[in-house]
Ligand binder design. Structure first.
Ligand code: ZN
Length: 268
């Protein structure tokens, strides 16, 4: 690879990081306003303590919070590091996806995968805060999956049948748990999330996502129960984490499982 390629990649990675941070700001707006059904585009950001409108120059992702040392310019109240964490997280995940899918060779693949990760960040934090998963976010993930299916035609791509089975496999299981537990163990949002993500992932990787969600969710559940003495907690954050891991490493998990259990020898 010639030197000019390194320059192309360096420039595109910087651009991906900056744009990822800017989109991260919008994700904060979604996390905060979607549960309240407030408009995502109207009105400016305000300080949560004094209500002062935050000035344009103080709205630069990551940078402003650091320059202001995490305090409101008007009243000095502490501004939660959460906003900056979400911006940085989205920027870093976009950077990693750009590297993983090779953004210059597969730009559409990059954009669609990055958008799904951003949606998963919204699900993670919104469900963590409110125990709600926005139906709009699930529809968004489904639409991205359909666009991905229509426009990305690689040899290794999933077939429509694998995607449709993915749509139903885990979601139907969660729906049964939801109905059997009368919504206590599982919410309808979890069902919609795994249906939409299942179309994007295909059925094998959907099961890998559920596996990671159950593993991380039960560990987190034990820690939360131990620390706070109450066991009410949302499953959506762990589902979104499982989906994220499955997008990046689902094939490795499936391969590991197949060789570990020897299913391939049984089927052969
Ligand atoms: Zn203030």
């Amino acid at each position: 690879m010639g030197t000019q390629y390194y320059i192309y990649y360096a420039v595109i990675y910087v651009f991906v990081f900056l744009f990822g941070a800017a989109v991260g700001s919008f994700l904060n707006v979604c996390i905060y306003r979607l549960p309240k059904e407030e408009s995502l585009i109207k009105r400016n950001s305000h300080c949560m303590t004094c209500g002062e409108e935050i000035k344009r120059r103080d709205l630069i992702p990551i940078v402003s919070w650091c320059l202001l040392k995490g305090k409101c310019r008007a009243c000095g109240a502490r501004i939660s590091p959460r906003y900056t964490v979400v911006e940085a997280l989205n920027a870093l995940i976009w950077l990693f996806v750009a590297y993983k899918v090779n953004v210059l060779l597969n730009p559409l693949n990059f954009v669609l995968t990055a958008l799904v990760f951003s949606a998963l960040i919204v699900v993670f934090f919104m469900d963590w805060d409110t125990q709600l998963i926005s139906t709009y976010v699930c529809i968004f993930i489904l639409v991205v999956g359909i666009i991905y299916y229509i426009f990305n035609h690689e040899d290794y791509d999933l077939t429509l049948v694998e995607r449709i089975i993915g749509f139903f496999s885990v979601s139907v299981l969660l729906l049964i748990i939801e109905l059997a537990s009368k919504g206590k163990a599982m919410g309808r949002g979890d069902v919609y999330l795994m249906a939409a993500a299942g179309f994007f992932l295909g059925w094998k990787n959907s099961i890998a996502a559920l596996f990671v969600a159950l593993l991380t969710g039960s560990i987190a559940g034990l820690i939360i129960k131990h620390k706070t003495k109450h066991s009410v907690f949302a499953f959506g954050p762990w589902l979104s984490l499982g989906i994220a891991v499955a997008i990046l490493y689902g094939d490795n998990i499936v391969d590991w499982y197949v060789s570990f259990t020897g299913i391939n020898e049984l089927l052969a």
